[in-house]
Design a protein around this ligand. Structure first.
Ligand SMILES: Cc1cc2nc3c(=O)[nH]c(=O)nc-3n(C[C@H](O)[C@H](O)[C@H](O)COP(=O)(O)OP(=O)(O)OC[C@H]3O[C@@H](n4cnc5c(N)ncnc54)[C@H](O)[C@@H]3O)c2cc1C
Length: 502
């Protein structure tokens, strides 16, 4: 065996110093050389260490190879070997949503739970003209409510947790409770910052999509990624231009092209919605969460998968054995034995991917901000819709702030409808963390374990804890065995003792 460390991402200031160093002049400081060397492994029998040297010695030839392998032969996974990190400052929460829609990348962002907000927001280009006073006014009102609510809520939480005022870390936790609830007053224009890591394949894809986005800010972010990474790895960041895309594939890049070009689709949906006799009654539901689809016999599907991957039996035999276990009452013990060593830090095994659950959730923007980070689930969202009502933190109700929030939500919704006359997509900037949207989320039992571990846990924020708890309760009814240990990590020891006696 021979293993060599072929490269790793290092800070750009060090790369700049390397670029300036006389002794390194002419060396290609690009991740393309590694990606191309790996691409050549497929057909060239030379040791990969030599292939890397060959790429470095003739970077132009390497770039030609990359273009041909990645784009002409469609071997796009090769571009995944080149990785980029970006510091992203002063973008709006709405823009973060568009960025984080791309699930195969890595993100760490400023938390509105842990940091006090200082009233800074992004003024969207769309509202720089005559709509600006309307937009600025909404921001001012929202931020004033945030400041007021933060003070009231801090006193409230201090009163509620008198034994958490001594230690600095406890005091910070109590302040966090106030921050996380006060933020329901502020909008999606609020500034964020994040660290973002993506490989060249994902980066190219997201640049292309962002350039086709209706929001100027998202387009501009796509342009920045292109300017910065396109220069470093021109052979891997190629197919990003909406005009070229239209020419090549005959359709625009914009997400909404379907509805625009097929108006019948939205007419059909709204007409049928009007005729739907009992909206919300057709599916098992729990609060704002509906279970709209699931794998029938989900427990059997997982038993079957476990038997299949641990034996040499055929799928038919495993299914028959799973049926027998269920009929004869041995299934529960079988799963219990399988789960006996599970712990909060390790995910459920791959066998749990063989049962799916699809939910429709109406959730606040604050809650969506957290759910969207679960990249192994499939998620689709509608635009925010003030008609779906608003989410009020329980603390806001208990401190008598509900009327202030109600007024804030109402005014922000009004501003949204006014701003929609200028630009509908951009009007969403003015909506708050308490405004809501519909989301479809499909997750398998393995990902549900993970969502539950993190989001049903006592450390999780109350809004996402409620939504994930409601999702899990519905799924547990359909798959009680596979989900017997899908609980927040705080409850796992108790549940293990209860179910497994360990
Ligand atoms: C209490 C709490 C506080 C948080 N605070 C913050 C915060 O301040 N800022 C912030 O940005 N986020 C915060 N988060 C979000 C957190 O960092 C995760 O992004 C989120 O919980 C999703 O979890 P995940 O990435 O493990 O899982 P998912 O994306 O749901 O993926 C499931 C599993 O797949 C695997 N996986 C998925 N993608 C990759 C990958 N690219 N590489 C390797 N493995 C992968 C991992 O095993 C992962 O556990 C917080 C979460 C919690 C629960």
């Amino acid at each position: 065996m021979e293993v060599k460390l072929a490269g790793y991402n290092i800070d750009s200031s060090i790369i700049e110093r390397m670029r300036a160093a006389e002794s390194l002049k002419g060396l290609p400081l690009t991740p393309e050389t590694v990606a191309v060397a790996y691409a050549r492994i497929s057909r060239d029998p030379s040791p990969v260490t030599e292939l890397r040297k060959k790429s470095i010695d003739d970077v132009e030839a390497a770039r030609r190879s990359a273009r041909s392998i990645v784009f002409e032969m469609n071997h796009q996974s090769v571009a995944e070997h080149a990785v980029f990190n970006f510091d992203i400052l002063d973008i709006s929460r709405l823009c973060v949503e568009s960025l984080e829609w791309h699930r195969l990348c890595s993100y760490t962002e400023k938390s509105q739970r842990y940091q006090e907000l200082v009233g800074d927001y992004v003024l969207p280009k769309e509202f720089e003209g005559e709509a600006r006073p309307l937009f600025d006014r909404a921001m001012k009102d929202q931020n004033e409510l945030y400041a007021k609510a933060f003070k009231v809520l801090l006193d409230y939480f201090k009163g509620k947790h008198p034994n958490m005022l001594e230690k600095k870390s406890d005091r910070r936790t109590v302040e966090g409770y106030a921050k996380e609830d006060a933020r329901y007053a502020v909008s999606l224009a609020t500034k964020a910052q994040l660290g973002f890591t993506a490989n060249a394949r994902n980066l190219e894809y997201l640049i292309r999509r962002m350039r086709g986005n209706p929001l100027s800010e998202v387009k501009a972010l796509g342009e920045e990624f292109f300017r910065l990474a396109g220069n470093v790895a021109p052979s891997l960041i190629l197919l990003t231009d909406p005009a070229e895309y239209l020419k090549e594939f005959g359709r625009p890049l914009n997400d909404d092209y379907f509805i625009k070009t097929h108006p019948n689709a939205s007419r059909l949906a709204s007409e049928t919605m009007g005729r739907c006799a009992s909206p919300g009654r057709e599916f098992p539901s729990n609060g704002d969460v509906k279970l709209i689809d699931w794998t029938g016999k989900a427990d059997r599907a997982i038993l079957e998968a476990i038997l299949h991957s641990h034996t040499l039996a055929s799928a038919e035999a495993c299914r028959a054995a799973a049926d027998r276990l269920i009929e004869e009452g041995g299934a529960e013990e079988f799963i219990r034995n399988y789960l006996v060593y599970s712990n909060p830090w390790e995910s459920a095994t791959r066998e749990f991917e063989f049962a799916d659950f699809t939910f429709e959730v109406v959730l606040s923007s604050a809650c969506y901000g957290q759910m969207k980070r679960h990249r192994m689930s499939s998620q689709l969202v509608q635009e925010y819709d003030p008609k779906l009502g608003f989410t009020y933190p329980p603390s806001v109700i208990e401190t008598g702030l509900k009327r202030d929030f109600e007024e804030n939500y109402r005014q922000s919704s009004e501003a949204y409808y006014e701003l929609s006359k200028y630009n509908r997509a951009a009007a969403q900037y003015v909506l708050t963390n308490g405004h809501r949207r519909r989301m479809l989320i499909r997750a398998n039992s393995r990902e549900l374990h993970h969502i539950s571990r993190l989001r049903e846990d006592a450390h999780a924020q109350w809004d996402v804890r409620k939504v994930s708890g409601d999702m899990l309760a519905l799924a547990r009814e359909k798959s009680p065995l596979s989900l017997m240990l899908a609980w927040g990590k705080d409850r796992l020891p108790e549940k293990k003792r209860e179910l497994l006696g360990s």
